[in-house]
Design a protein around this ligand. Sequence first.
Ligand code: HAM
Length: 428
Amino acid sequence: MSIQSVRGMPDVLPSESAKWGYLEHQVRQLFASYGLVQIRTPIVEQTGLFARSIGDVTDIVEKEMYSFADRSGESLTLRPELTAGVVRAAIEHGLLHNQTQRLWYQGPAFRYERPQKGRYRQFHQIGVECFGIADAMMDAELIEITEQLWRRLGIREALTLQLNSIGSPEARSAYRDALVSFLEQHRESLDADSQARIDRNPMRVLDSKDPNTQQILVDAPSILDALTDEDRAHFDRVCTALTEAGVPYVINDRLVRGLDYYGRTVFEWTTTQLGAQGTVCGGGRYDGLVAHLGGKATPGVGFAIGVERLVLLLETLDAFPADLERGCEVYLMLQSPEAEPALRRLASQIREAAPELRVMTHIGEGSLKSQLKRADKSGALVGLILGEDELRTGQVQVKPLRGGETQTVDYADAVAYCQRLRKAQWII
Ligand code: HAM
């Protein structure tokens, strides 16, 4: 019996990886244009980091973490998200002392959820975390970055921005009382998880996916009525900045997000195109988290995008560029084994003169006809053919594979021809 991949942990095969490369390229370019710098943190952290930051009474910590004891008995966890590790690293390396940070990251995360379309046990996030900036303009700029990304990818119309403020700890404590007394009145009708959470973490009840609980929550009090004046001013500033930037939003006062570290702004980008797993991106402000994890009090705000869901959405909307399938731009063929050294030299010259092009040489036997077939299948824009005649004259046939006349030219002209080819913009 052959060994299979772990359930919910899919491979990204060559046919898919060009799509990932395209997304990553767009993201890198966009994030750089906002001055973000990348941070890379380990996939494994101490279990306590997640329990303390995401919250003990959350689905992630209660049900979804891959935790294990290592050989020395220490409890470690495959990260279920990247924010906690980034905050840990920022504190540990003194990145937050009298300075601001605008960081981005990408990488796998792990949650033991029931796999289905758009929901996996290993998935990938691309995210941003900004530290040291309390101003609501930062919240608005982060949302603007995500909106710009959707625009560049051509999927803006398919996404809706859901926005809420869950206020400061004072506002939440007042709200909690109102919410608990509401939930108590309906205790018997709530799902079992929600009943258990009334006492331990009542705002998590708002996350419940249970349709009956959701129905009851329609009449629950609104967090927006509990905001302090400062919370309200912060939220208004985010809303105004978004309106000024032309980014429409829907205020959803039931949106609390599934992690406990948030305060004030929270947001999600959702789509109706992916069925049940329609949240493509989520984020918000977490001004208390750095101090909670042992650092000096430092405001923070960020978001993370689910890469698999984004890939699915682009596929559904047919929004990937048509030339993504192309495997190379130039394909070199030979009609006689003697041409091999010249063919390799010519390929090297092209790679040196046009480093952004992908240049493949035919290797092994094969009639010219079969080589041309391969060249066509590779998606190449041009084929270069070296035969005995060309060897003698020091020339090469340049055969455009997507329409155009074949010409026989000197090597230098063939190199110049290749330099003029349109390279695929998304190659990294
Ligand atoms: P999150 O909402 O838990 O937030 O995850 C962010 C995104 O990751 C989701 O919107 C979704 O697209 C994707 N995602 C989550 N779970 C899965 C899964 N099982 N399979 C596929 N995709 C998934 C966070 O993780 C926060 N750290 C975001 C953040 C950063 N907040 C502030 N900074």
